[in-house]
Design a protein around this ligand. Sequence first.
Ligand code: UT7
Length: 333
Amino acid sequence: MSNVCIIGTGSYLPEHVMTNDDLSNLVDTSDEWIRTRTGIRERRISTGMSTSDLAYEAGARALQSSGLKPEDIDLIICATITPDYFMPSCACIVQDRLGAINAAAFDLVAACTGMIYGIVTAKQFIKSGMYENVLVIGSETLSKVLDWENRSSCVLFGDGAGAVVLSKASEGSKILASRLEADGSKHNLLTCSALPLHNPYVNTGVQDMQRQGSFCLPKIEMLGQEVFKYAVRTIIDNINNILNMAELTKEDITYIIPHQANQRIIEQASKTCKIPIDKFHMNLDRYGNTSAASIGIALDELVSSGKLKKKDKVILVGFGGGMTSGSILLEWS
Ligand code: UT7
């Protein structure tokens, strides 16, 4: 019987490390505040690579680890909130650079839940019989949409990319269950604006601002404490619900890979779920919050470390702007 399996993983982080001390030269903050409130010590910041560059690097690594050739890929999905262009999609640029000439390609926006939405979308294409091999990438250059004068937000984020190859296979790390959620009534908790309407019939002042050189670039804005509460609640709900769906208990789970936003969010979820904190894989101390990339980077890291063993059950759980959330239960192979 064939399943939908993860047959390859990959990730890429820009080389430049920005420490908390580096940030304290830009805004009124300190290493101590950032570490104790978030768990973050440093993050990677792109000094030239675009979102599609990072996506290509992570995608190429995932492809190599899958053993497939670029022409075997039927679909590329790139989850991102920081594309190079409104169009073309980041996925189309990656398709060209990989030489994945048989692949359809599109971008997907689900903010920090992007990797979960991407994997579940890929799974549905494979289950329907339309495609056999799908490359899902989460890639972000969040540094270009950060307000580098706002200490409440600029200290949280970093750049990076993670990727997985999914395939219709009888052997491999299979998806046992998955779920997606959205609560659009909370869309104002976490935002990054695009362009306001402006045309010959509507004057929202954009052209005047451009002429005066005062046009504001889009930037991430958030209600931090509200996002924090949503995040804790949604991680707990997702873990409980996916365990119920799969008729498993928390004792059956070896690892949980949560979206890497804030160590305190993960610790609170761990405490409420009564799941030991060492089952939660964390790397946010080194990379901060890389939005759609975070779960793919963490999964690739866990795979590369050799910690995952055959039959281990792993939950991926994400939350983010929208608000969106979702989870995936895997049995590792
Ligand atoms: O993918 C999802 C993305 N978003 C998130 O994950 C955000 C979730 N929220 C959080 O992680 C936390 O709410 C934050 C880390 C953003 C803030 O932590 P907090 O414990 O909720 O702090 P706060 O907003 O209540 O602020 C406490 C104090 C304030 O000063 P006053 O008003 O008490 O004097 C802030 O101005 O901390 C101040 N503050 C800082 N101080 C030093 C806020 N940011 C900083 C900073 N350095 N970077």
